[in-house]
Design a protein around this ligand. Structure first.
Ligand SMILES: [Zn+2]
Length: 135
């Protein structure tokens, strides 16, 4: 079994999110469609809650949405019409995959390193460390 397969196995065995995690809510996207573009007005808040840089979240969304994304001051501009529920689903997936700790379910992870297509995060609440495929 190679390294990729081991990681995939480790990933599929991870527990699903617990409903006990009531003190934290994944932020909701504040977006509007303007012409052929979609404007997200609270990317700064989302990045703050995720404790990730805006650049990292933009990179993730660019890949997920397969659309170019720019940032103008605090405003994210997606060069495509994207419904708010789709954006929310993407952000929820981002938090569940990359931000919320799979051991203690707290959103207290930080990126420790990114190497060769893999991202390593460490939970500051419980110390758990995960290596996931990077986006
Ligand atoms: Zn943890």
């Amino acid at each position: 079994m190679n390294y990729d397969e081991l990681l995939d196995r480790a990933f599929t065995k991870l527990p699903t999110l617990s409903k006990e995690n009531v003190d934290f809510r994944i932020p909701v996207i504040d977006s509007i469609i303007q012409g052929n573009k979609t404007v997200v007005r609270n990317i700064t808040q989302i990045a703050d809650v995720a404790r990730r840089s805006k650049a990292e979240i933009i990179k993730y969304l660019t890949k997920e949405l397969a659309a170019p994304i720019g940032i103008d001051d605090q405003i994210l501009v997606i060069n495509a019409k994207v419904a708010q529920n789709i954006l929310n689903a993407k952000i929820t997936k981002y938090f569940e995959t990359y931000v919320i700790c799979k051991e203690c379910h707290k959103p207290d992870t930080r990126v420790e390193g990114i190497e060769r297509g893999y991202i390593t995060t460490v939970c500051e609440a419980c110390g758990a460390r995960y290596t996931l495929k990077n986006y």
